[in-house]
Structures are given as C-alpha cells and as structure tokens.
Design a protein around this ligand. Structure first.
Ligand code: ADP
Length: 260
C-alpha cells in the first residue's frame, strides 16, 4: 500500500554549509602573504571557525613548512585528495605535499590550474572556510582561482612600501573584475622594534596600506609588525598566532574583524 502523505516521514538530511573561500592575495611576493595565511587560519580556528588551508602558490609552496606538516603525504579517496593536518590539527593541502622537496615545477598554466583544482576540490569534510594562500601577482592561477572557484572574498596583504602598494592595487582590480569583494587590507612588516635598544623604526614606511584601504573603500584590518620572532617561529613551523603575546594578539584581532 502507498502511505498517505501524512505518514511519509521527512528524512532529515544533514545540510552541509557550502565551503566558502577566502583568498589571501598580494601584488608581489615576499610581503608576508603566506605568513599571514597560516597565522590567520590558526587565529580563525582559535575563534571556533572550521577552517582549512590551501597553498595555491603552486610554484613556491611554503605552507607545509609554516604549518609543520612537511613530512605528511595526502592520500586519495574516491578520486579526491584527503587533506593532511598541520598545527592545531587544521586540515590543509599544499603542492609541497605532492611533489618531491626541492624539485622545481615546470608546468604550464593549465596544468598548474588543474593542480589547484585538485587541492580545492579535495575532501574537506565539515570545513566551512577555506583560507587560500594565493600566488603573488595576477597570472593564470589567479584567474583560474577567481573564475572557477569563486572566492567569497579576498584579503589583500601589503607592506607599507610604495611599490608593494601599487602592485596590491593591481591585485585588487583582478578581484574587482570578477565581482569578488575585498574583505579588507592588512599591512605587514609595519614598524620594527630594535631588539637591542627598543627603538621603533619603519624600514618600509608607515600607514600606506591604510591609505590604500581608504581609496578602495575596503576595511583596514590591521598591522603586523616586522619582528624577528615572527620570522623565527614561522621557519620553525610554529605560527605565532598559536601562542600568546602581542604578535598572537595582532593576528587574533584581524581574525576577529573577519568574523564580526
Ligand atoms: P609571501 O608569501 O608574500 O611571499 P612570506 O610570508 O613567505 O611572503 O614572507 C617572506 C619572508 O618574510 C619569510 O621569510 C617570512 O618569515 C618573513 N616575514 C613575513 N612577515 C614577517 C613579519 N611580520 N616579521 C618578520 N618576518 C616576516
């Protein structure tokens, strides 16, 4: 017999929230984009966000080192990669997990784009937010990222230096054209406190990124100082955001602004 309408039980399906992508971008390399991506992932995790981390810097991956997961190898299940875990058990994937250490990649754009697709379309489980460390500049990977993977937002990192700022505005126009909102601008390497005399100097100038944020009508999310400890801990696979103190606070403050 066919059950009446009222007898049909509604099967509760566990609705999974769609995976949102936050692209961390900069116009040029060496401004601290990878450092910020790792620390922001850790800070968001500390705030209770189910966060994952993708290293989209296919040619110069650094997240495996920053997150202390260099010796891990992802497996494939049902044709999807299963992420490895880094600091604080954050799920993550980087090209560094797939290629032999120190081996240069000589891929053309489309191959690199496919590789990025595999990292992003991996089995992310209940991850809600994927922090994606973008390669510097505005090339093929960046285009494929904004067109195919549709980030929910982009965060721009810059040093206070003029050249880095000009490049940052170029990166912004890539996202603008694709309709990806700029969630904010972070100034990195702002202010250096001399470990000997304590005097604070500004090797790369001061306040530039805040101006750019103003010009773009994007929120200025904060400054991270240039500090030996940040470099040391990053190299050791122990992101400062996982600890205590002023540097952890600086990253936590940015993460809080993003979750508000
Ligand atoms: P990008 O991803 O933009 O190329 P990285 O995050 O790899 O930049 O940073 C470049 C170098 O600068 C790394 O050696 C990193 O440890 C160092 N670095 C980044 N941010 C800081 C900072 N705020 N203080 C000190 N060193 C930093």
């Amino acid at each position: 017999t066919v059950p009446g309408v009222n007898e049909v039980r509604v099967v509760e399906t566990a609705e999974r929230k769609p995976l949102r992508i936050l692209a961390i971008a900069s116009g040029k390399g060496g401004v601290g984009k990878s450092t910020l991506s790792a620390n922001l992932a850790v800070a968001l995790h500390r705030l209770g966000v189910k966060v994952g981390l993708v290293d989209a810097d296919i040619y110069g991956p650094s997240q495996a080192k920053l997150m202390g997961s260099e010796d891990k190898k992802p497996v494939a299940q049902d044709k999807k990669l299963v992420p490895v875990t880094g600091v604080a058990d954050i799920p993550m994937l980087s090209m560094a997990h797939l290629v032999e250490p120190g081996k240069a990649l000589a891929w053309r754009g489309p191959m690199a784009g496919n590789a990025l697709g595999q990292l992003i379309d991996a089995d992310w489980g209940d991850t809600e937010l994927l922090v994606v460390d973008m390669p510097p500049g505005t090339g093929d990977i960046q285009l494929s990222m904004v067109q195919k993977h549709k980030p929910a937002g982009a965060l721009i990192v810059s040093t206070p230096q003029d050249l880095a700022l000009i490049d940052a505005t170029r990166a912004v126009s890539l996202f603008d054209q694709a309709g990806v909102p700029i969630v904010g601008v972070v100034e990195n390497m702002a202010g250096y406190a001399c470990p000997h005399c304590g005097e604070v100097s500004d090797p790369f100038g001061q306040g530039g990124a805040e101006h750019v944020a103003g010009d773009l009508s994007a929120p200025f999310l904060g400054r991270i100082p240039l500090a030996i400890d940040i470099r040391r801990r990053s190299d050791a696979g122990d992101p400062p955001a996982a600890g205590e103190g002023a540097h952890a606070d600086a990253f936590m403050a940015i993460a809080r602004k993003l979750t508000d």
